[in-house]
Design a protein. Structure first.
Length: 267
């Protein structure tokens, strides 16, 4: 069973909800264009994977999609956020015998800065906050995002558009709220997400268009790439103009990516 709460709903979330008390849940954030959810099949697959790996019951997508369709009616360019918690119940951390999901649907304004960043590129500083390893949760977009909160707080004091986040072995993992991928010798690679980090919807869609290698990436290797991008489901692929003191040619970066996409489209 599940309870769906939308933006205009006056229903209150129970103070015993496990999402609030333990971060026991997951979410996805999607771009809405002309009343349609972009890459919905990938967002849906993400929700299914999160539910399965976190031992949640199956989500009733027929009901959920009906509520989403109603919530985004008339939306031209917006953000759709879907949060799913295990609801209330259980003793302490122990799971409830019968789970009644709580699903929150929120429609938000689209960030005004994204279109400009796509043209100018983003400057990245190195975050002082490093990600801890937890392979059981790696790749998932759970409600446990305190590391990202600390990253954003530290980033407010740095002169950059976003930050590059490493793990404790100094491997490159991601940006503050986006994946990273690079092009070298006409090959695309992205950091391994087996120990930590989130596998984003846009990155997954890119993997269906290009041969993308997941591997360990050092900061030095990344700065030696021909082009570097950050990406997520809202901004798409945005070229990186600078990592610390190392600069990239944004126009050249976009040309390289577009050439690879065009080449694969012809195959």
């Amino acid at each position: 069973m599940q309870t769906i709460i939308t933006t205009d709903d006056t229903s209150a979330i129970n103070t015993r909800d496990r999402g609030l008390n333990y971060g026991d849940g997951f979410f996805t954030t999607a771009k809405v264009i002309a009343g349609q959810v972009e890459h919905w099949q990938y967002h849906k697959a993400r929700l299914v994977e999160c539910a399965e790996r976190l031992a949640f019951p199956a989500i009733n997508f027929t009901e959920l999609e009906q509520h989403i369709a109603k919530a985004i009616t008339g939306c031209q360019l917006n953000v759709l956020k879907i949060v799913i918690t295990r609801g209330e119940g259980g003793r302490g951390y122990g799971l409830p015998q019968h789970t009644h999901l709580t699903i929150l649907i929120t429609v938000l304004e689209f960030p005004q800065s994204y279109p400009a960043l796509a043209k100018t590129g983003v400057s990245l500083a190195l975050s002082p906050i490093k990600l801890a390893a937890q392979p059981l949760l790696a790749g998932l977009k759970t409600l446990n995002r305190l590391e990202q909160v600390l990253i954003k707080n530290a980033m407010a004091k740095q002169q950059c558009d976003d930050v590059l986040v490493l793990d404790h072995q100094n491997n490159v993992i991601e940006a503050s709220a986006a994946n990273i991928f690079a092009i070298s010798d006409n090959k695309v690679y992205t950091p391994s997400l087996e120990q930590c980090g989130i596998k984003g919807v846009y990155l997954q869609s890119l993997c269906d268009k290009l041969a993308v290698e997941f591997k360990q990436v050092s900061l030095n290797e990344l700065t030696q790439a021909s082009a570097v991008f950050i990406c997520n489901s809202l901004m798409g692929a945005v070229p990186v103009s600078r990592i610390e003191q190392h600069t990239f040619n944004v126009e050249q970066s976009m040309c390289l990516l577009n050439e690879l996409l065009a080449k694969e489209a012809k195959c």
